[in-house]
Design a protein around this ligand. Structure first.
Ligand code: NAG
Ligand code: NAG
Ligand code: NAG
Ligand code: NAG
Ligand code: NAG
Length: 689
């Protein structure tokens, strides 16, 4: 009611008063001993005021008192032991004050007591004896015991197991030590079990995993050892929160966790993240940083679309980020730093509008920083340092109003550091050691040149090479790989002669059929992801098992990719036939195709281009074009011809369609990208595609 002042002593004259509540006001001063005259009083609620001084011991005279709420004030001194004389007392709330001393020794003697709540005080000493000779005197009804954030110490007495009605036991943030007694297992009604931030040692009592009512276990920051049972979910079907981080646990992440789980915080684990993690649809926070998890990040992780915090930092995880990452719409914190993740950052990441903290530092990520970062409007903390990212820092990042921290150090970035928005506040330490960043002197990078710096990559131009991985036609084609599993089983004959899976038959299949075959491109059908997109398994209407490659759709504006190849073809045609003297480019490859803002392709870098005189070819010593894209006659004969460019263009096309680089390590010995496709494709390719 917004009242202030002190409680007048005359209150003591209201002798019929049964309930006295002045909660949520601004009263101060002492609680007067006159109150003890109100011997019909059943309830006192002084919570959320500024009362100070000691709790008067005369309150022990209120023999009918059932409810005593003094929480959230500034009481000092000890808890008067006289309170333990009030046999009618049911609930006592003294938390959030500055009380000192021990818990009164006979507190657990009050047989009607249901709630003891004393958190956030400065109470000390051990928990007083709970076990008495006369069982009738024990507080059998106690369902809430809250002692967190005090200075309690000593062991947790085994008699705690006698408090069989307990549903909340919170003794976190104290100095308790020794083992957690196995008698805990007797608390069959326990729902919330907090013992985190103490000095507990020994093994996690296995009996605890027998308490099926448990919803939360918090044992983090102790010195507990042992393992979590692998089938914890069977025993604890209601468990929503499991905090066991910062202990000495070993073993693996349990492979069955209740699907009610909302939070997992585990450490000192090895092995893999169980694929069935996707069954944890209620999971909200996942902390498994600083473990020894190896293996690839399971695709199922990305299907946890309601998750808010994912911390997998400091493990040995490999694989790449899925473009399904953009589906985790409510993600706020994503920490995948210090792992071995590779591949590109999917542009779909821009869909994470709630993301506040993102760290992908210390991985092996490559490709460019997607422009779509600029639409992650909540971003405050972005660490991409220590990867192999190239290209420019997108100017779109200037739109991130809340960005306070940026680190792109130790990458291969080049070009102008944006200057607007949050960039005014970043210093040189955000941009250490990159290939060719330029900008203001205070950033300790070279000044930006105005003119053409070959090859110029202005903020509005991308090299095809950089953008290829994110380009997308939704579905380019169907690789009807018969029985893909069969192909997977084929073994490499020798390290130099690899037997490659054939591309087999191309067939025409409607998009509708693809959608049906893959159950709407569901995650269940996702079998892998690469830099260009994802592969789904599916079964066509005729029963053929197929693997379907879907290229990532560029978020910032879908465009027919084929247009890029047509642009390049048009450029070549112009070079070869648009002038009296044909020009041979001699080095056509993705990095020499620049895309402007409208995604129109331009052929660039004429460093080794040649003017053709008479005839359509000439022999001369020439700077070698790029291996892989170079026509065989260039290398062997030193022959320059327009046909050589066409050859390179063909390789570029194949690269685009198969997402394999001609320089890929699989192309060794006699096998090249061209041979691979030649061998794989049936004669009828032109008919069916
Ligand atoms: C509790 O009550 C007993 C008698 O019932 C009395 O002797 C004792 O002094 C009381 N203790 C306190 C602390 O008031
Ligand atoms: C857990 O409960 C099962 C059956 O309910 C029982 O057989 C087993 O002994 C119990 N284990 C512990 C450690 O209490
Ligand atoms: C996960 O869910 C799938 C499908 O609902 C089910 O078949 C599987 O047994 C579940 N896995 C676990 C470990 O609960
Ligand atoms: C984000 O990271 C910063 C720095 O590590 C940390 O201080 C902050 O608490 C984090 N925010 C969230 C929401 O986790
Ligand atoms: C960025 O990361 C590098 C390498 O870890 C570090 O040296 C640098 O201080 C970091 N910059 C900031 C702003 O934290």
């Amino acid at each position: 009611m917004g009242l202030a002042g002190t409680i007048p002593p005359h209150v003591g004259n209201l002798s019929f008063l049964v309930s006295l509540s002045v909660a949520n006001n601004s009263f101060f001063g002492f609680v007067l001993s006159e109150l003890s005259r109100l011997d019909r009083l059943k309830e006192i609620d002084f919570s959320f005021n500024s009362f100070n001084g000691e709790i008067p011991s005369s309150l022990g005279l209120l023999s009918r008192l059932q409810l005593l709420i003094l929480r959230d004030n500034s009481f000092t001194g000890t808890i008067p032991s006289s309170l333990c004389n009030i046999s009618s007392l049911r609930k006592i709330y003294l938390g959030f004050n500055t009380l000192t001393g021990f818990m009164p020794s006979s507190m657990f003697n009050l047989s009607s007591l249901q709630v003891i709540s004393l958190p956030e005080n400065k109470l000390s000493g051990p928990i007083p004896s709970i076990f008495f000779d006369m069982p009738s005197l024990q507080c059998k009804q106690l369902y809430f015991l809250g002692l967190w954030d005090n200075n309690f110490k000593g062991k947790l007495p085994p008699e705690i197991g006698n408090l069989t009605m307990l549903s909340t036991l919170d003794i976190g943030i104290n100095n308790f030590e020794g083992a957690i007694p196995s008698e805990i297992g007797n608390l069959r009604n326990l729902e919330y079990f907090f013992v985190s931030r103490n000095n507990f040692t020994g093994w996690i009592p296995y009996e605890i995993f027998n308490i099926s009512s448990l919803q939360l276990i918090s044992m983090a920051v102790n010195k507990l050892s042992g393992q979590l049972p692998s089938n914890i979910g069977l025993f604890l079907p209601n468990l929503k929160f499991l905090y066991v981080g910062d202990n000495k646990l070993s073993g693996t992440i349990p492979n069955s966790i209740s699907n009610a789980s909302q939070l997992l915080e585990i450490n000192k684990l090895s092995g893999q993240i169980p694929p069935c993690i996707s069954n944890l649809t209620s999971l909200r926070e996942l902390y498994v940083g600083f473990n020894q998890l190896s293996s690839v990040v399971p695709l199922s992780l990305w299907s946890l679309i309601d998750i808010q915090v994912v911390n997998l930092s400091s493990n040995f995880l490999s694989g790449s980020l899925s473009f399904h990452i953009g589906d985790m719409k409510v993600l706020q914190v994503l920490d995948l730093s210090i792992n071995q993740l590779g591949g590109d950052i999917p542009t779909t990441i821009g869909g994470l509008k709630d993301l506040v903290n993102l760290s992908l530092a210390d991985n092996r990520l490559e490709g460019s920083i997607p422009k779509s970062f600029g639409i992650m409007v909540s971003l405050e903390y972005l660490d991409l340092s220590n990867n192999q990212l190239y290209g420019e820092i997108p100017k779109s990042l200037e739109a991130l109003l809340y960005l306070r921290f940026l680190n792109v150090s130790f990458n291969k970035l080049r070009g102008k550091i944006p200057t607007g928005g949050p960039f005014v506040n970043f210093s040189a330490t955000s941009f250490i050691s990159n290939d060719a960043l330029c900008g203001a002197p205070r950033l300790q990078v070279s000044p930006c040149k105005q003119g053409l710096a070959p090859p110029k990559v202005s903020t509005k131009v991308h090299r095809l090479e950089y953008i290829l991985p994110t380009i997308g036609l939704l579905i380019l084609g169907v690789f009807a790989v018969l029985f893909w599993t069969k192909c997977k089983k084929r073994k490499a004959k020798s390290s130099s002669e690899v037997e490659l899976p054939p591309l087999v038959t191309w067939r025409r299949v409607s998009q509708q059929e693809l959608i049906r075959a893959t159950e709407g491109f569901s995650l269940n059908n996702l079998i892998g992801e690469g830099s260009f997109g994802s592969v789904y398994k599916g079964t066509l209407s005729d029963g053929t098992n197929v693997a379907i490659k879907v290229l990532n759709l560029l978020v910032e504006g879908a465009f027919p990719r084929l247009n890029i190849m047509i642009d390049v073809a048009a450029a070549l045609e112009y070079l070869h036939f648009g002038n009296a003297t044909p020009i041979v480019h001699c080095d056509l490859k993705p990095s020499n195709v620049l895309l402007d803002e409208d995604m129109v392709a331009h052929v660039a870098d004429f460093g080794i281009a040649k003017l053709m005189g008479d005839g359509d070819s000439m022999t001369q010593t020439m700077t070698l074009a790029t291996i892989g894209y170079m026509a065989p006659e260039y290398g062997l004969e030193g022959i320059v011809s327009t046909r050589g460019d066409v050859y390179s263009y063909g390789i570029l096309l194949m690269e685009t369609f198969t997402s394999k680089r001609p320089t890929d390590s699989m192309f060794t010995g006699g096998m090249s990208l061209k041979h691979w496709i030649e061998e794989s494709l049936p004669i009828s390719v032109t008919e069916s595609f």
